[in-house]
Design a protein. Structure first.
Length: 250
């Protein structure tokens, strides 16, 4: 059974850094498990953080602008074409880790057959992996427009400021119905040296669970381009037991 994790929040909150840290923690705990990174963020930042310039996306299939590695096989139905094309755009990162990028997605009320075909193809790809981590846009609505799949864990990444708390409330409100049945919580990123009592109080009053906090890593602020941090990884390992995820000895 696939465990599906969605990481969301405003741009610049640290979603990509947390995604990569969670990936590394999962690789340590479950080295034999397969993991798909599903980049649903319009910036394509996740691929860039691995040094990739991913041009072939799900949107490219939808729009007909996909640049294929090989010629399109003849005699395929639309269903077979979408399945074949989706396989073409999966990029291997290591033996057990792949990445796929969506870029633009179609609206759910679009009646074009391609919308349903892509949803079905995404579902089948997702179900092949032990873990799927979705690096999402602002909220989960954008992901749901692409693929209607249950989410086991939704993490809202936010910074420890009152302005960010207000935005987190909105993200949770917009995303809650798409994460129904799963765990949803907040990760405070760049939480170093501040008095967090008021932040915790505001989150509690909004019935938002703070599942963990991550200290600021100055190396990332100084221009680290791979968004990879030992500090962040260690912090994720510390609060991992609070997450609705398989545990080491389960």
């Amino acid at each position: 059974m696939t465990t599906k994790i969605a990481i969301t929040g405003k741009g610049g909150s640290g979603k990509t850094t947390v995604t990569k840290a969670l990936l590394r923690v999962l690789q340590e705990i479950f080295p034999e498990k397969s993991i798909l990174l599903f980049d649903n963020d319009l910036t394509g930042e996740l691929g860039h953080s691995f040094g990739l310039d991913i041009r072939n996306t799900i949107y490219g299939i939808r729009s007909g602008k996909h640049e294929y590695k090989t010629g399109i096989p003849e005699g395929m139905t639309k269903h077979e074409y979408v399945e074949w094309a989706m396989e073409e755009i999966i990029v291997p990162l290591s033996d057990n880790v792949d990445i796929i990028e969506s870029w633009f997605v179609g609206a759910k009320d679009c009646r074009c057959p391609i919308t349903s075909l892509i949803n079905d193809a995404c579902q089948r790809i997702i179900e092949r992996y032990d873990f799927v981590i979705f690096d999402c846009e602002f909220d989960l609505k954008y992901l749901n427009q692409l693929v209607d799949t249950n989410i086991d864990l939704a993490l809202i990444i936010t910074n420890p400021t009152m302005e960010s708390v207000k935005l987190t409330k909105r993200i949770a409100e917009f995303s809650s119905k798409y994460a129904a049945g799963g765990q949803m919580g907040v990760i405070l990123n760049k939480a170093s040296g501040q008095n967090l009592d008021r932040i915790y109080s505001e989150m509690k009053s909004a019935e938002l669970d703070i599942l963990g906090s991550i200290p600021e890593d100055e190396n990332i602020n100084k221009g680290t381009t791979n968004w990879e941090s030992e500090k962040v990884k260690d912090a994720v390992k510390e609060f991992y037991f609070r997450l609705n995820l398989p545990q080491e000895n389960s």
